[in-house]
Design a protein around this ligand. Structure first.
Ligand code: HSE
Length: 291
């Protein structure tokens, strides 16, 4: 049997839609695999009752098929589904790393990224790899169709998860089909600022580079209280705030000493909007690891 801990992740970081991602040090899914004639799936943990166990419908079924590695796969969910924290990616990444080990397939971490992304296609209709890349490689990642660039970074982060559900499919439907030239220029400016900030582990630059004039404003409509939460996070010392992945979690970058205040400020602002929320005070962590 092989068991893998695969972390929650945050994709986009505002200016890097479908491109940027970071691994968190917590929460995480734990995926255990044992060889079997046919793939079967068992899911326990946070939100498990909403996750199908049919291999045709579960993210890890596609991964087992892509690796030609039938197994009994147990997923203990630590990452809530439909949260914006890379829940399906954590399971897909965990399964890819575990099955690669179990069947001795010899794939590199980079080679496992498109395989785990096949699992993402099952849940969102699109094989984007901005969550699976950091879930496998850890750190800050820039995912392209022809490969992934990983940057090791130390940046304090707070992810505030409200008790509302936004499906990735729905959140992708509201993404504008096109952007104005000045929005493109602003996005490039912000994305490059963020990348430099990651390379320097500089929370001020990372936060500044999170602004996004195109996708985030459209998606903010789907998250009750988003604008107030953003203001509260900045007031508490956040250096940048955006929607985590497809939402509804909200991600803030900050200096280490402000983490707690930012987390409390965001939770209180959600509470004022009538939405219960919890906050993870986290940082950029490692990718999926055999335990
Ligand atoms: N980049 C994706 C999105 C992440 O924002 O839709 C969610 O899977």
């Amino acid at each position: 049997m092989v068991r893998v801990r695969a972390p929650a992740t945050s994709a986009n970081l505002g200016s890097g839609f479908d491109t940027f991602g970071v691994a968190f040090d917590r929460p995480a899914d734990v995926v255990s695999v044992e060889r079997a004639e046919q793939t079967t799936i068992e899911v326990t943990g946070v939100g498990s009752k909403y996750i199908p166990e049919d291999p045709e419908e579960n993210t890890v079924g596609a991964v087992a098929e892509a690796l030609d590695a039938p197994a009994h796969i147990r997923i203990d969910k630590g990452v809530r589904p439909a949260s914006g924290l890379g829940s399906s990616a954590a399971s897909a990444a965990g399964a890819a790393v575990a099955l690669n080990e179990l069947y001795d397939r010899g794939k590199t971490q980079e080679e496992l990224v498109p395989i785990a992304a096949e699992g993402e296609a099952v849940v969102s209709g699109d094989a984007h790899s901005d969550n699976v890349a950091p879930a496998i490689l850890g750190g800050f990642t820039i995912a392209r169709d022809d490969g992934v660039t990983r940057v090791g970074a130390e940046v304090p982060l707070v992810a505030c998860l409200p008790e509302i559900v936004v499906s990735t499919r729905d959140a992708r439907r509201v993404v504008p089909a096109s952007a104005q030239m000045e929005e493109v220029v602003e996005t490039v400016r912000n994305a490059s600022t963020l990348t430099a900030g990651m390379a320097r582990s500089n929370p001020t630059l990372v936060g500044r580079g999170m602004d996004d004039p195109v996708v985030t404003p459209a998606r903010a409509e789907l998250i009750d209280g988003y604008d107030a939460v953003r203001v509260a996070a900045f007031e508490a010392g956040a250096t940048g705030v955006t929607i985590s992945g497809a939402g509804p979690a909200v991600l803030a970058a900050c200096h280490a000493e402000d983490k707690r205040a930012v987390a409390l400020g965001m939770m209180e602002a959600f509470a004022d909007a009538g939405v219960e929320a919890r906050a993870f005070q986290t940082r950029i962590g490692e990718g999926a690891t055999v335990v």
